[in-house]
Ligand binder design. Structure first.
Ligand code: B3K
Ligand code: ZN
Length: 861
């Protein structure tokens, strides 16, 4: 069995492919249980492989779960015997030079529950090939450094038949597509279904007209307009900002209900989880709209960063993902607010990537080994990968960055390349040596940055010390290049030194600022200029000062954030009361009409329970999730009481007049109104929330109200009304499932989740529905970590059940266990028991097997 003894793949073992592919023709005859795939692949020995040129290299083709019907080389049938993972064509059976390999295989898309390769979702056929799904469609060198133009013919009774590239021919029951741009197999896509298009057109800046289609099931057409607008904005932005134009006559997006992740950038045929396409004011929240805009942009941007220039091997995943996340973040900042976007991105980075980096799953942005590559589509590769690009840009400046990117596109277009080539482009374009900077790609772990300061004779000196704790397999952590953006304020709040980027390269390093008349207040790591943990002993007064005066919006928010964490930490560790200075600071922010409402809403948001557990653990405490939950609830009550009459006032002031639109400005007002409502509900017994729910004409208002009511133990009637209205809309019902689990009291969390999974509409084979409950259990920190172990058991039971059908999704959900080492001996014991139970399950997938082994650690894995 292929999963019995998983192989470790190592970057150090990379070998160029023996053969390249000049062209591929595929012919599909679709059938749910017996789809036939005929392939004709023109191979040529790779000039970079002397053994292949000399006719001495076997050709290895990947292939899994395929029934081989025939194999032919240059017209002559061969006797091919596939093994569990593919087919080897021995060198002595191959012609010298180029040759044509033809095969016919049979596959069964209807029974493909892993949702990888060709599968079916609600009567439609669709594909997901990244990372290694193409090998479940036909025999092929399924590796990203083999790029080829594809011609695809699809035969089926279904009315809409789509593949990559441009349509070249069609007739009743068939269609032919041709993609002229060489691409790796992971970008192949096929869709067939009874679909309708929401259509539009885009004129590129060189004057070509591109047909744009969003394909959905009948009835969903009226939920596509926002995604279409986002697509057109993305296309314009990539032309304006990166000089990149779209390169085919047609761009298709298809919405699919059963999908393992968010979306996929297949060339010319993006396939999306319907959750990230379909939106109307009644069904989608402001956050949903923002995410749709970001994901549409992300997949579109991949056309250049990922598709035209792709990865040599999967270790280079961050080459396309880090860069494309960086690009979509910049785009969203341009469309909305850079300050707000930056704060949101840092919140996500800390919640997901810092957490990952602090535990057993820590790995470098460019890992050096894996068993299952799907396990490395992580916050580290994506979000930290984007941070690394942000640092590069900060170090070389905007012009240097633009020159480097132009050179990257010019030099590597049409190639499958590496991080080395990426860095070389920056070196060549800017003259910088990036050897030390490269450690951000190769070394795992989050650096901690300690700061000391000194003021003497008008000279202010900041001394930084960096340290990174060992991570699995990497005991030594040499210093990295850290760009530290710093500004100085004088004691009356004026900025005396505007933002300057200090470039730290040593383990310990000082930077002096001269000519200051008084000891300044430093604002350090402005804009979160590097993904590090800043440790600085400072007073609550100074933080409150920066919260009120900092000119850098990120650091202004950050001061409030660190104050909140300190308040919560002292409530937990010393039983302290909430500090009045903090409560006053919150009130001042709430009242400050000069601030963007979206920013104020973020400043009012408390650190999450998981964030507090992470913070307490990092400062030498053993976090108690139950106590953190109680204390955080008490702080919410204290804030609500302290804000008093300001709450109804803000709530009223932030009402948005007129019909709902998802733009940033009204969304920001709704966010602040929702934050006020959450506190207000603690003091008015739910009056305002009940009224808001009854009057709501959009999903943001409904969910805010429902959440606020559940938070005070009410909302039964509203939950029922919500269900009655939306029971036939799975995307909306996912929210209903999630909310009940997230808001459940710690002791009721597992039971609530269990009851929900017993409902007839808990279709657990649908990843969105599955995650709506399992992901929510993991997100309810006090519930998941309840001392009874019920949360742990619930998740482990489900992982064992899901794994045989959908290993990728099971592996992803298992990461909830990765923080086990933070907790007390009892909880550690309970989690380790569950991990051991999963590990002992016969036939465990390579996906979940690898994750569990890493989480358990080398000693007993
Ligand atoms: N590249 C895909 C993710 C593929 C995940 C494979 N397990 C979507 C994206 O990052 O844009
Ligand atoms: Zn991506």
């Amino acid at each position: 069995m292929k999963d019995a003894a998983p192989q470790t793949v190592r970057l150090a073992d990379y070998m160029p492919p023996s053969h390249l592919v000049e062209e591929v023709a595929l012919h599909f005859t679709l059938d749910p249980g017996a789809t036939r795939v005929r392939s004709a692949i023109r191979f040529v020995p790779n000039p970079a492989r002397a053994d292949a040129v000399a006719g001495q290299a076997d050709l290895r083709l990947d292939g899994e779960d395929l029934r081989l019907i025939s194999a032919v080389v240059d017209g002559v049938a061969i006797d091919a015997a596939p093994d569990a993972t593919g087919l080897t064509l021995p060198a002595d059976a191959l012609p010298r030079g180029a040759f044509l390999f033809e095969a016919e295989v049979e596959i069964a898309p209807a029974s493909n529950t892993a949702l990888e390769g060709l599968y079916m979702s609600k009567g439609m056929y669709c594909t997901q090939c990244e990372a290694e799904g193409f090998r479940k469609i036909t025999f092929y060198p399924d590796r990203p450094d083999v790029m080829a133009p594809f011609r695809v013919t699809i035969e089926s009774d279904l009315p809409v038949l789509l593949s990559n590239g441009d349509p070249v021919n069609a007739g009743p029951g068939w269609a032919e597509w041709e993609d002229p741009w060489p691409k790796p197999a992971y970008l192949f896509a096929l869709v067939a279904g009874d679909l309708v298009a929401h259509q539009d057109f885009f004129r590129t800046r060189s004057g070509r007209t591109v047909e744009l289609n969003i394909w959905v099931r009948k009835g969903d057409e009226d939920r596509c307009a926002y995604a279409m607008g986002a697509l057109k904005r993305s296309m314009t932005w990539d032309e304006d900002t990166y000089g990149r134009e779209y390169d085919l006559d047609i761009f298709n997006i298809v919405a699919v209900d059963d999908f393992n992740m968010g979306a996929m950038e297949n060339k010319g045929l993006n396939i999306f989880n319907s959750k990230y396409v379909l939106a109307s004011p009644e069904t989608a929240t402001d956050d949903d709209f923002a995410r749709i805009e970001a994901i549409i942009a992300h997949e579109y941007f991949h056309n250049w960063t990922g598709n035209r220039i792709t990865c040599r091997d999967w270790f280079q995943l961050c080459l396309k993902e880090g860069l494309t996340v960086f690009r979509d973040q910049s785009f969203s900042g341009d469309m909305r607010s850079h300050a707000v976007k930056r704060i949101e991105d840092v919140l996500t980075l800390r919640a997901r990537q810092f957490r990952e980096d602090a535990g057993p799953l820590s790995h470098p942005v460019r890992p050096s080994s894996y068993q299952e590559i799907n396990n490395f589509y992580t916050a580290t590769v994506y979000e930290k990968g984007a941070e690394v690009i942000g640092m590069l840009k900060r170090l070389v400046g905007d012009d240097g960055y633009r020159r480097a990117l132009d050179l990257y596109f010019e030099r590597h277009d049409g190639e499958a390349t590496t991080i080395e080539a990426w860095l070389k482009v920056f070196e060549d374009a800017t003259g910088r040596d990036l050897a030390q900077f490269k450690r951000w790609y190769t070394d795992a772990g989050t650096p901690h940055l300690r700061v000391e300061e000194d003021f003497n004779d008008g000279v202010y000196t900041l001394t930084f010390e960096q340290e990174t704790a060992p991570t699995p397999g990497q005991p030594e952590k040499p210093p990295r290049v850290i760009p530290i953006a710093v500004g100085l304020l004088n004691p009356n709040g004026d900025e005396v030194v505007p933002t300057r980027v200090l470039e730290m390269t040593e383990a310990r390093q000082s930077f002096a600022f001269e000519g200051l008349s008084a000891r300044p207040v430093p604002s350090i790591l402005r804009g979160f200029s590097a993904p590090v943990v800043l440790e600085r002993a400072t007073t609550a007064e100074e933080r409150a000062f920066l919260l009120a005066h900092d000119t850098d919006p990120f650091n202004r928010w950050e001061s409030g954030r660190s104050l909140a964490k300190e308040v919560l930490a002292r409530m937990v560790t010393e039983g302290a009361a909430p500090a009045p200075g903090y409560l006053d600071g919150i009130k001042a922010i709430l009242r400050d009409d000069s601030l963007d409402p979206a920013f104020r809403a973020l400043a009012l948001r408390l650190p999450s329970e998981d964030d507090m557990a992470q913070t307490l653990h990092a400062t030498g405490h053993v976090p108690d999730p139950a106590q953190i939950h109680r204390v955080r609830e008490a702080l919410k009550d204290a804030i609500a009481a302290h804000l008093g009459a300001d709450l109804p006032a803000t709530y009223a002031a932030m009402a948005v007049a007129g019909p709902y639109t998802p733009e940033a400005a009204p969304a920001g007002k709704r966010a602040l109104r929702g934050a006020a409502l959450a506190y207000l509900t603690r003091t008015d017994g739910g009056t305002a929330a009940t009224a808001q729910f009854a009057a709501a004409d959009n999903m943001t208002d409904s969910l805010q109200a429902l959440t606020a009511l559940l938070d005070i133990g009410r909302g039964e009637a509203e939950l029922a009304a919500f269900e009655a209205r939306w029971k036939d809309d799975p995307l909306v019902m996912d929210k209903w499932f999630t909310l009940q689990v997230i808001m459940a009291a710690p002791e009721a969390c597992a039971a609530t989740a269990t009851a929900l999974t017993e409902r007839a509409d808990f279709d657990w084979k649908n990843p969105n529905r599955l995650r709506s409950v399992l992901g929510a259990v993991a997100a309810n920190a006090a519930g998941f970590h309840h001392a009874s172990g019920a949360g742990y058991r619930f998740l482990a039971d489900w992982l064992i059940k899901v794994d045989p059908l959908n290993p990728q999704t099971a592996a992803r959900l298992s990461t909830a266990f990765d923080s086990w080492a933070r907790y007390d001996a009892d909880r550690q014991g309970l989690i380790r028991e569950e991990l051991a139970r999963i590990a002992a399950t016969p036939g465990l997938s390579r996906d979940l097997g690898e994750m569990v082994a890493r989480m358990r650690g080398a000693d007993d894995a």
